[in-house]
Each structure stands twice: as structure tokens, then as C-alpha cells.
Design a binder for this molecule. Structure first.
Ligand code: SAH
Length: 212
């Protein structure tokens, strides 16, 4: 279902500058319409963010593509995602051969994601907690991706990243953020690249924003 729409979406991402064929390939395979509420399903293959309930959104496909491309995921990589939301980004990483660990703070969204992972037989490790403190048990991670906007870079995430690992995180105020791409050079040193102008829902937690 929706195969043509998916192909059209992927072609539009290519035109917008996404060049990593492995990312485009994963986006061609993962059925985004299964990750969004039925009421907005007919919009699933437009390049827009969509509401998934509880004031949260599934990121715009272009944003998913650019973040995943920046992450340079290789098969077998251990990847930690903060902000499971719909589960779509986690499914893309899984499709690319990563071992995916994902954290969601909203219990309803967490449960919904577990259900879809199960239905699609995606073996993704998920937990419901505050992702700003990471998931120490399985660290270090080769890659960490944060899909909500943060006021700063949580120190535990830096700590739980492997040497040579890459962390992608939107940092800024509550409205707009720049995408920070950190490469860990040593225990204390990071190389940082930035891609401007994104708008994510807030990362709420101990090392994120306060309240709702
Ligand atoms: N990757 C998601 C995008 C979801 S939007 C997708 O593909 O659909 C960001 C999500 O981050 C929201 O579901 C929100 O509840 C969650 N979130 C916000 N702060 C968090 C935190 N501290 N820990 C874990 N999840 C958090």
C-alpha cells in the first residue's frame, strides 16, 4: 500500500539534498502511514510533521532523513534514540541494520510504539523513562539521536557515547533549534558541526526543559 506515494516522497527528499542511498532506501521500505493516527493517514507521505497525540509530532520526513544521514549508521551499530514518539525514526534505524534502543517519557506513546514494533516484528529495545539521563546499562553507544529540542547537551548522553561515536541533537530555545552533530574524539573532546533552523517539540526532563 502507498508504494507510489513513498517513492514520490523519497524522490522529493533526494531533490531536497539527501544523498545517502541507504537512508533513502530505508525510507522507501518503512511504511510511515502505519506510524501515524488514522485521522492523518492520508497525509503520511507528505513531507510534513504530523500530530501523534499528547501534543507530540512525528518528525517531518526531511528532518528524519537529514538526522539519519548525519548519524552515518552502519549495520550492527548500537544506536540510542531519545524520544520514541511514533516509533518511525527507530524503525528507520532498525531497517538500516542498527541495534536500536529507544526511550520515550510519555507512557501512552511508549505503549503505542511497543505495539507497532511488535506488529511489524521489529526487535527494538524500548523503555519509558527520562531519556536525558540516557540508558547506562547498554552504553557505550556508537550513535545517539535525540528527536526533541534541548536547551543544552545532556552530559550523560555525551558520557554514554563511544569514542568515535556520533551524537545528533537539536539545541536551542523552545521554538527553534540548530542541529548539533558531535563526534567524540576522546573522553573530553568533541568535534561539533551544525545545521541550522529546525523546530522540534521540547525535550522535557532532568537535563532538558521543565514541566510539560
Ligand atoms: N522520533 C519520533 C519523534 C517524536 S517527537 C518519531 O519518529 O515519531 C519527540 C518525542 O520525544 C515525543 O514523543 C516526546 O514525548 C518525547 N520526549 C520528550 N522529552 C523526552 C525525554 N526527556 N525522554 C524521552 N522522551 C522524551
Amino acid at each position: 500500500m502507498f508504494e507510489e506515494d513513498r517513492l514520490e516522497l523519497v524522490n522529493s527528499l533526494r531533490k531536497k539534498g539527501i544523498t545517502d542511498e541507504r537512508v533513502l532506501d530505508a525510507m522507501l521500505k518503512v511504511e510511515r502511514h502505519l506510524f501515524v493516527p488514522e485521522a492523518v493517514r492520508h497525509h503520511a507521505y507528505k513531507d510534513i510533521a504530523l500530530p501523534i497525540g499528547y501534543g507530540q509530532t512525528i518528525s517531518q520526513p526531511y528532518t528524519v532523513a537529514i538526522m539519519t544521514q548525519a548519524l552515518k549508521v552502519q549495520p550492527g551499530h548500537k544506536v540510542l534514540e531519545i524520544g520514541t514518539g511514533s516509533g518511525y525514526q527507530a524503525a528507520i534505524l532498525y531497517e538500516m541494520g542498527a541495534k536500536v534502543f529507544t526511550i520515550e517519557r510519555n507512557y501512552e506513546l511508549y505503549n503505542r510504539a511497543l505495539k507497532i514494533f511488535d506488529e511489524l516484528n521489529l526487535r527494538i529495545a524500548a523503555r519509558c523513562s527520562d531519556g536525558t539521563i540516557g540508558w547506562e546499562e547498554f552504553s557505550p553507544y556508537d550513535r545517539i539521536i535525540v528527536t526533541a529540542g534541548s536547551p543544552s547537551i545532556p552530559k550523560n548522553l555525551k558520557k554514554q557515547l563511544a569514542i568515535d561515536g556520533i551524537l545528533v541533537i537539536p539545541v536551542g530555545d523552545r521554538q527553534t533549534q540548530v542541529l548539533k552533530i558531535l563526534t567524540k574524539i576522546s573522553e573530553e573532546e568533541f568535534r561539533v558541526n551544525e545545521i541550522p533552523y529546525f523546530a522540534f517539540v521540547p525535550l522535557v526532563g532532568k537535563e532538558g526543559w521543565n514541566g510539560k
